[in-house]
Design a protein around this ligand. Structure first.
Ligand code: NDP
Length: 296
C-alpha cells in the first residue's frame, strides 16, 4: 500500500518506523527537520515537503497529531491533503481525537469519496516500536477492514467498536480512567511513604491486593520507584483526553464528578508544570508537596 504519514512525534516515529518496513511510505512533519532525519534513517521513505504531497498517489493517509483540530487543519483548504486525495482513498486517524470532530471530518471526506476511520491507539512508544499497539476503530465495516491492513505493522490488536467516533470515545474514557488512577496513586503512595512504609514493599503489597492497577503494576515500578521518569507521553495530551471524556459525559447527560475533578486537577498541573511535562509528573508534584520520595 502507498501511505502518507503525518506527525512524527513521540508516538508517530515508532509507528512510521514499522510502516516503513512494510508499506510504500511518505512522511510529513510540521518541523521538517524531524521528517528529514527520518528519511535519512529510512532511505526507502519519501519526504513530503508539504502536507498535500502526502496525497500523491496515496491509498491511505495516517495521522498522529495532538488533537482533532490539527487533523482538520491538515485536511482542509486548497493546500490541504483532502483536495489532493483520490476518491477511494482512506484516512486513518491515530490521533487521540474527539468523536464530534471525527464525525464532521468523516462527512467532509465522504463527499469526496474518501473513507475515514478513527483509530486511536494504546500502548505508547515502546509498544509501537514492538508492533504491539491496540487500535480502537470507529468507521464502516469496509473502511475498518482496509484500516486493518494499514495499521497491521504496528498493531497486535485491532478492535472495531462502532461507527465513526467510537474509537475516539473509547480512547478518551480509557485515558480519563488512567488519569484518575495516577492521581489516586500519587496520594496513596506519598501517604504510605510518609507513614514510614518502604515504598517498594507498599507497591508489592498493593500489587498483590485489590487496589492494584496498570499504573501500580507497570508504571510505578518502572518509572517512579526507579526515579527514571522517562518522557513518553505529554501531560498536556492526557489533560486533553480527560476533557474529551468530560465533554462526552455532558453530551450524554451522564454525571461525572470524579472525571470532572480529575480534569480540573490535570488542568492545574498543566498550567503549573507546562506543555512539555510528562503525564506522571503529578506524582512528582505530590512527592514535593509531601516532602517524600517514593523510591525503592
Ligand atoms: P507529540 O507531542 O510528541 O507529537 C505531536 C506531533 O504533532 C509532532 O509531530 C508535532 O510536530 C505535530 N504537531 C503539533 N502541532 C501541530 C500542528 N499545529 N500542525 C501539524 N502538526 C503538528 O505527541 P505524541 O506523538 O505523543 O502523540 C500524538 C497523538 O497520539 C496524541 O493525540 C496523543 O494523545 C496520542 N497518544 C500518545 C501516546 C504516547 O504515549 N505518546 C499514547 C497513545 C496515544 P512538531 O515536530 O513540529 O512539533
Amino acid at each position: 500500500m502507498r501511505i502518507g504519514f503525518a506527525g512524527l512525534g513521540a508516538l508517530g516515529v515508532p509507528m512510521a518506523e514499522r510502516l516503513a518496513t512494510t508499506h510504500d511510505l511518505a512522511v510529513w512533519n510540521r518541523t521538517s527537520s524531524r521528517a528529514q532525519a527520518f528519511v535519512e534513517r529510512f532511505p526507502n521513505v519519501r519526504l513530503a515537503s508539504a502536507a498535500r504531497d502526502l496525497a500523491d498517489g496515496a491509498d491511505a493517509i495516517v495521522t498522529c497529531l495532538p488533537t482533532s483540530a490539527e487533523v482538520e487543519a491538515l485536511l482542509d483548504g486548497p493546500e490541504g491533503v483532502l483536495a489532493h486525495l483520490r476518491a477511494g482513498a482512506l484516512v486513518v486517524d491515530c490521533t487521540s481525537g474527539d468523536p464530534d470532530s471525527s464525525r464532521r471530518i468523516a462527512a467532509r471526506l465522504a463527499a469526496s469519496g474518501v473513507g475515514f476511520v478513527d483509530a486511536p491507539v494504546s500502548g505508547g512508544p515502546p509498544m509501537a516500536a514492538a508492533g504491539q499497539l491496540t487500535v480502537m476503530c470507529g468507521g464502516t465495516e469496509e473502511d475498518v477492514a482496509r484500516a486493518r491492513e494499514v495499521v497491521a505493522p504496528f498493531a497486535a490488536k485491532v478492535v472495531h467498536l462502532g461507527p465513526v467516533g467510537a474509537g475516539h470515545a473509547m480512547k478518551a474514557v480509557n485515558n480519563a480512567l488512567l488519569a484518575v488512577n495516577i492521581l489516586a496513586l500519587a496520594e496513596g503512595l506519598t501517604m504510605l511513604t510518609k507513614a514510614g512504609i518502604a515504598p517498594r514493599e507498599a507497591v508489592d503489597v498493593l500489587n498483590a491486593s485489590s487496589g492494584r492497577s496498570f499504573v501500580s503494576e507497570a508504571l510505578v515500578p518502572e518509572r517512579v520507584l526507579t526515579g527514571t521518569w522517562p518522557r513518553m507521553f505529554r501531560l498536556a495530551l492526557l489533560e486533553k483526553d480527560i476533557g474529551i471524556a468530560h465533554d462526552l459525559a455532558a453530551e450524554l447527560r451522564i454525571a461525572d464528578p470524579v472525571l470532572a475533578h480529575a480534569r480540573e486537577l490535570y488542568r492545574m498541573h498543566r498550567a503549573s508544570l507546562g506543555e512539555s511535562a510528562d503525564y506522571l509528573d503529578p506524582i512528582r508534584a505530590a512527592e514535593a508537596a509531601a516532602g517524600v520520595e517514593v523510591r525503592g
